[in-house]
Design a binder for this molecule. Structure first.
Ligand code: AMP
Ligand code: GLY
Length: 425
């Protein structure tokens, strides 16, 4: 079976690497891909939202299955377009993708379906939002309802800062129309984790837990990024908590989507806060997480293509997933200056030696090939991922590989997975 994968990040390199191991795979195309994915299949220079061109390419190259990595094409309805053309696709419909792209839709759905989440109110008028926030004397979280490239959330310990955030979003329109509506939430206290589930409209399969590291600096300091590293499993997610997340978050969400006539298919990713009172949803994403996917897929022993097809066919109950019990840790190497301004085009050395280490995968993200050399080409450059007998061993091996890779200005956090080690003490 010929497969077309959309995306170009570390997540897509991990997906492409896993798909390439499938016995069912014919040709694998990745649009647009990166130098890492070019070792798993054929990169195709078409953008992820250039849907007409993607469809034309798929028809010409007998693509039977399309796997979508990022949220933008999902939100633009890429799955609907391929399915209407008779080509199977992995991911939710454009309408169902609102669970990520419209936080007001997500909040309404959670409320109607009694999903465990923070108390929240939705506003489309600044004057009303301001009056509500002013009436509060506790920390608030202000969220632009639309897609704001991961920057649309302000956690404000003082409500007066919340008013300023609401003004920036609704009046100054710093995120454009994504800020026409805001959600004002209570601040939750606890440890965050990522829970990804395969959902085929009806059946649910909970994947192994993971934890991202969003801030740029060690000890979770500094501005948020796309994610500086991740590990799986996340010990904060005990069996008991996972059971609560399944019952009080994932199942009612999938039911709610069915009831609201937007059945859900694909990966349902719940960003949760493990609070003293149990897990609560912070956000939903409608796709695999990046970088969570890198350690999760390192641990998946089953044929990923079979699983994704089962989701698209509504036959998730017919597959049984096997996982490597060993933990995996992914350390992101980024360009100096990220998430602010940074320079590109620096030669990367040591990639081959690092890749030779046992149970290590160096996933490419912001890289490109230039005159036969791999150079930096983005903020997050590589996701260096390792398996180990213990999380400590996986962490040690990941950093061993990181230390073999050099480029000018290279940066990484030095404490990825430390949070989990504290739990084992
Ligand atoms: P979101 O995009 O909604 O996940 O928000 C981005 C980040 O903001 C999350 O990863 C949390 O660190 C933080 N956040 C969002 N909502 C809340 C909340 N209700 N309480 C505390 N922190 C939050
Ligand atoms: N790791 C965060 C995300 O994928 O949105």
């Amino acid at each position: 079976m010929n497969v077309l994968l959309l995306g170009s990040g570390g997540r897509e390199h991990a997906i492409a690497w896993k798909l390439a191991q499938s016995k069912k795979l014919g040709k694998l195309f990745i649009a647009p891909g990166n130098p890492g994915t070019s070792h798993c299949g054929q990169n195709v220079p078409i953008g992820v939202c250039d849907i007409d061109k993607l469809l034309e390419f798929a028809k010409e190259n007998k693509v039977e299955f399309v796997v979508v990595g990022p949220e933008d094409p999902l939100d633009a309805g890429v799955v609907d377009v391929f399915e209407a053309a008779g080509i199977k696709a992995f991911g939710p419909s454009g309408k169902a993708a609102k669970l990520e792209s419209d936080k007001a839709f997500a909040k309404h759905l959670m409320r109607a379906s009694c999903v465990a989440t923070a108390e929240g109110r939705i506003f489309d008028r600044y004057s009303e939002a301001k009056a509500y926030i002013a009436s509060r004397d506790e920390a608030v979280v202000i969220k632009a309802a639309g897609l704001a490239k991961g920057k649309g959330v302000f956690v404000c310990d003082d409500p007066s800062d919340g008013i300023i955030a609401a003004e920036k979003i609704m009046v100054d329109k710093i995120f454009g129309p994504a800020g026409d509506v805001i959600v004002v939430e209570d601040k939750l206290i606890g440890e965050e984790a990522s829970i990804l589930a395969f959902v085929d409209g009806r059946n649910i399969y909970m994947m192994e837990s993971s934890q991202d590291h969003k801030p740029i600096g060690d000890g979770d300091t500094g501005p948020n990024t796309g994610g500086m590293g991740a590990y799986s499993p996340a010990p904060v997610i005990t069996d008991k908590l996972l059971d609560q997340i399944t019952r009080e978050i994932i199942v009612p969400t999938v039911d709610g989507m069915n009831r609201s006539d937007t059945p859900y298919k694909g990966v349902l990713y719940a960003g949760i806060m493990a609070t003293a009172g149990g897990a609560r949803v912070l956000e939903f994403n409608v796709r695999f997480g990046d970088p969570e996917t890198q350690p999760i897929l390192m641990r998946l022993k089953s044929d990923l293509l079979e699983v994704l097809l089962a989701v698209a066919d509504g036959k998730l109950d017919e597959v049984n997933l096997k996982w490597d019990p060993r933990p995996a840790v992914c350390v992101v190497m980024s360009s100096g200056g990220y998430p602010g301004d940074y320079k590109k085009g620096f030669a990367i050395s040591g990639l081959e030696d690092a890749q030779k280490l046992e149970d290590v995968m160096v996933f490419h993200a912001g890289t490109k090939e230039q005159n036969g050399e791999i150079v930096t080409d983005g903020g997050r450059v590589l996701g260096v991922t390792a398996l180990g007998q213990t999380i400590q061993a996986a962490q040690k091996r990941a950093y061993e590989a990181v230390d073999m890779i050099k480029f000018e200005g290279a940066y990484c956090r030095r404490d990825i997975a430390d949070k989990s080690l504290k739990r084992y003490k």
